[in-house]
Design a protein around this ligand. Structure first.
Ligand SMILES: Nc1ncnc2c1ncn2[C@@H]1O[C@H](COP(=O)(O)OP(=O)(O)O)[C@@H](O)[C@H]1O
Ligand SMILES: N[C@@H](CC(=O)OP(=O)(O)O)C(=O)O
Length: 559
């Protein structure tokens, strides 16, 4: 191990600290590198997997960091690299490798995934560091060594034929380690005094699963503050892994995918940062996914509840646990675009209900507008399970047995409707799993079999959930009927409706083939543009791929 990225491993707190930093050409330098100023306020900048997924993007990030050095002291928190999209990115590959290690068959399946991860990072490093041979050599050997450790760990799992949530976390942590090491090297190659901070052992105290509460998060924020300050010294730019461990109940299980946003929030709290910025590939939060709805508009601001609800229902804007942490500490969140850094982005901040309904606001917007949702979103890969009771127990017994089965198998239900003898539930599935002839993934076979003992089960495959989200819908009458009228006019058949669980969300289940038609209809005919909303940047829409064409064959409306 050389002294470029890792010369002083602070084993006790999990941080690795850089002592001697290279200049732009990759040679060691005692001066000339650009540093951050300890007199300036910290700003936590979180870069998502797609923002650090290729050499071009890593270089774009380093330009952003350089441009910030005059105004603030940046601390980067990075996710694992995703060169195309999250579903095929490093974390998804790592989770697949973990599953493969448990399957019968040779090692070649999971080792080829490790090789692919290694090759992706080596390629990004090679392309991003063409003029820094020393740094490139260092990072190449770091990548190879991490991937070798990963391969050995997976082999051990195959031998013991068992994987604990903690082991799965260890496997996943490789993604953020690799991306942050490469990011640090790229910053260093551009003359920025950067230091890699591995947060995978930042939690030193023992916590049990029931202790994943605010005290725990306060402790982690404090620890991250200490570890980052120690590693950064007076003036380096820390590059912190979005993976933190060991979280009680495991990070992947207890917090879930997208955990890097939460880490960035905790880093910001621990450092008393001025702001936390979530850098993505879109200009901010739009009234609908700009890839699917060309007329979608950028929202200058949105409330934490709305942002969380959008994430739960398909628009993966920000991890829902993030908001609480920063908002209670008074740190604002801003969503920014890595490819349009000068854009203002979207601010996520609470609003005072009383102020919102003040006369001045009502005079700025028409009163009708206040009834409208802020955004509309689609959650894909949904199936609906219907269970009709065989009436062997009364309705509360029937419901309690259903929830017990769901709990036993750890199944998360997105929407549920019930009557005395009938329960319908919408569940998100992983479409990469093998599906049986009913369109149900194998992992749900046991659940369906157990439901079969309670009554008749039918399955509706290939569905989506469409949700309109907006704080203004809270106390208003007639909003749902307007939305369903728009869908009926567009010829969209609604399978299931849910309103009430959250006052700011109306959701329904529709067939997958109606998704784009319904989304565009609800967006264009139901959501009125808010003051100051800017149209989607065509360049951004183009970067993310052309909008999916509206399909024919929409089922006849029966709303
Ligand atoms: N309402 C919305 N506003 C903005 N983006 C949205 C919305 N709904 C869905 N999206 C999609 O979410 C994606 C999130 O950005 P991306 O940078 O790809 O994620 P990550 O930061 O996790 O790598 C974008 O590709 C965008 O098309
Ligand atoms: N890399 C992790 C964590 C994460 O935060 O992802 P992203 O920032 O790309 O949403 C994941 O894929 O879930």
């Amino acid at each position: 191990m050389t002294n470029m990225l890792h010369n002083n491993a602070a084993a006790s707190n999990g941080a690795t600290i850089n002592g001697t930093r290279p200049a732009a050409n990759g040679m060691m330098a005692t001066n000339g590198a650009q540093s951050a100023s300890s007199a300036l306020p910290w700003v936590a900048m979180k870069f998502g997997g797609t923002s650090v997924g290729t050499a071009e993007r890593l270089l774009a990030v380093s330009d952003i960091v350089r441009s910030q050095l005059e105004h603030c002291r940046p601390v980067l928190v990075c996710s694992a690299m995703s060169s195309v999209k999250k579903a095929s990115g490093t974390t998804s590959l790592l989770l697949r490798a973990a599953e493969q290690a448990l399957h019968a068959g040779g090692e070649s399946t999971f080792l080829s995934i490790v090789d692919q991860i290694s090759a992706n990072h080596l390629q990004a490093a090679r392309e991003a560091l063409p003029n820094s041979p020393d740094l490139l050599a260092t990072i190449q050997s770091e990548i190879q060594s991490e991937c070798q450790k990963l391969g050995q760990f997976l082999r051990a799992i195959r031998i013991i034929d068992e994987i604990s949530p903690k082991s799965r976390d260890i496997i996943v942590s490789t993604g953020e380690k690799l991306s942050c090491m490469v990011m640090t090297a790229v910053l260093q190659s551009r003359g920025i005094d950067a230091v890699f901070v591995n947060a995978d052992r930042v939690i030193e105290q023992e916590f049990n699963e029931s202790e994943l509460n605010q005290d725990f998060y306060d402790y982690v924020a404090r620890r991250l503050g200490e570890v980052v300050r120690d590693a950064a010294g007076r003036d380096a730019v820390p590059v912190v892994t979005g993976f933190i461990g060991p979280v009680p109940g495991s990070l992947i299980q207890a917090v879930g995918r997208g955990y890097t946003d939460l880490t960035a929030a905790l880093v910001a709290v621990g450092l008393h940062a001025q702001e936390v910025q979530i850098w993505k590939e879109v200009d901010g939060i739009f009234t609908a996914d700009p890839r699917k709805v060309p007329s979608a508009r950028l929202l200058p601001s949105i409330t934490p509840d709305e942002a969380a609800e959008l994430t739960y229902y398909g628009s993966e804007v920000i991890h829902p646990f993030t908001m609480d942490q920063v908002i209670r500490a008074g740190v604002p969140i801003r969503i920014k675009n890595t490819f349009n850094p000068s854009g203002a982005g979207t601010i996520i901040a609470p609003v005072d209900d009383a102020n919102e309904c003040s006369e001045s606001l009502i005079s700025r917007r028409s009163f009708e507008d206040l009834k409208l949702p802020t955004a509309v979103t689609i959650k894909d890969s949904i199936i609906v399970l219907n269970i009709r009771s065989n009436r062997k127990s009364n309705s509360h017994g029937f419901l309690s047995k259903i929830f017990t089965i769901l709990d036993r198998h750890g199944v998360i239900v997105d929407l549920i409707t019930t009557s005395e003898i009938h329960v319908s539930m919408a569940l998100a599935i992983d479409e990469s799993e093998d599906l049986n002839e009913l369109g149900v993934p194998k992992s749900l076979n046991y659940v369906v079999t157990e439901f079969g003992k309670l009554g008749t089960v039918s399955v509706l495959p290939r569905q989506v959930i469409l949700s309109a989200v907006g704080r203004h819908m809270k106390h208003m009458v007639g909003t749902a009927s307007k939305m369903f009228n728009v869908m009926a006019t567009a010829g969209v058949n609604i399978e299931m409706i849910s309103q009430g669980a959250s006052e700011i969300n109306i959701s329904c289940v529709i067939a997958q083939e109606s998704a784009i038609v319904a989304l565009r209809a609800v967006h264009d005919r139901f959501i009125t543009l808010l003051d100051g909303a800017a149209p989607a940047d065509p360049a951004v829409v183009a970067v993310k791929g052309a909008a999916s064409p509206a399909r024919n064959g929409v089922a006849a409306g029966k709303v």
